[in-house]
Design a protein around this ligand. Structure first.
Ligand SMILES: [Fe+2]
Length: 281
């Protein structure tokens, strides 16, 4: 099973930065594109994406597949996603291990699932349907969570590992989400990372979070925290090289600050890779 080639170090494509990107062609290796923002018939967003795609590889990252919901799969949504993927040829397509609604109500949130055998069967089945429909393997991302279910029968990482194996999908490992959920649910983030199969992980997310003392929230409105950089180094040691990107969705800094943060990711990756080679020699 050949993983997609690593794309390098990327950023999320956000409208606030369109001008910087178009005018300066910055040293970003690739962009992650929120699929739903481009599921339209025409207009400026698609025209902008055409221009950016001419210069950069992209990944399509969705927030509405609702792969874990008990509501039927939305084939109108999947048809729109497929045509977007056919048009822009992303390196891969990703979405989250979550549900976003049920009974026709969209809650606009990435809600966690109980880690049960029944839920595992259900999500495996649905990923299979989506992959068959799209004609490609998708990547599934671990989410941050703030509750656990009394019904859960296994750890999140056991669920994720089994899911990837049985659904034969890729994984998008959100390093910040592992850290946030680890804090909120009192597990050791390293245990999560060390449990996941190396051959399944094709991408990392890095992001900032809000610290509320008793709990942390995945806000994407801060620089990556020192603890998440440290966990990123551990993740790179195990899974690297894979595609990496930094998510920023609020309190947008000047674009140069994100480029500097991306350089920090590059430096850590180089340091870890160099140390790995040294250890192997
Ligand atoms: Fe993420």
């Amino acid at each position: 099973m050949q993983k997609p080639a690593p794309l390098g170090f990327g950023l999320g494509l956000r409208p606030v930065y369109y001008r910087d990107i178009l005018e300066s062609k910055p040293p970003v290796d690739w962009f992650e594109v929120i699929s739903e923002n481009f599921m339209v018939d025409g207009g400026n967003p698609l025209a902008t994406l055409e221009r950016i795609r001419a210069d950069y590889p992209i990944v399509l990252h969705g927030v509405s597949m609702s792969i874990a919901s008990t509501a039927p799969l939305d084939f109108a949504y999947l048809t729109a996603l497929k045509s977007l993927a056919d048009r822009f040829e992303p390196a891969f397509v990703s979405d989250h291990l979550c549900w976003t609604g049920v009974h026709g109500v969209n809650l606009h949130d990435l809600l966690p699932v109980p880690y049960t055998a029944e839920a595992l069967d259900h999500v495996v089945e649905r990923i299979g349907q989506v992959q068959d429909f799209l004609g490609r393997r998708i990547a599934i991302e671990n989410v941050s969570s703030y509750v656990t279910f009394a019904e859960s029968e296994m750890d999140e990482w056991t669920f994720v590992k089994e899911l990837a194996e049985r659904a034969d999908c890729w994984l998008l490992l959100d390093v910040n989400n592992v850290f946030v959920s680890g804090f909120n649910h009192d597990f050791e983030p390293r245990e999560f990372i060390d449990s996941i199969d190396v051959g399944r992980v094709v991408q990392f997310h890095l992001a900032g979070h809000a610290d509320h003392g008793t709990h942390k929230i995945d806000t994407h409105d801060e620089p990556v925290s020192p603890e998440v950089w440290a966990l990123f180094a551990e993740a790179w040691r195990r899974f690297g090289p894979v595609s990496v990107m930094i998510e920023r969705d609020d309190k947008f800094p000047p674009f140069a600050e994100l480029l500097a943060e991306l350089d920090q990711a590059r430096r850590i990756a180089i340091d870890v890779s160099t140390a790995n080679i040294g250890a192997a020699a």
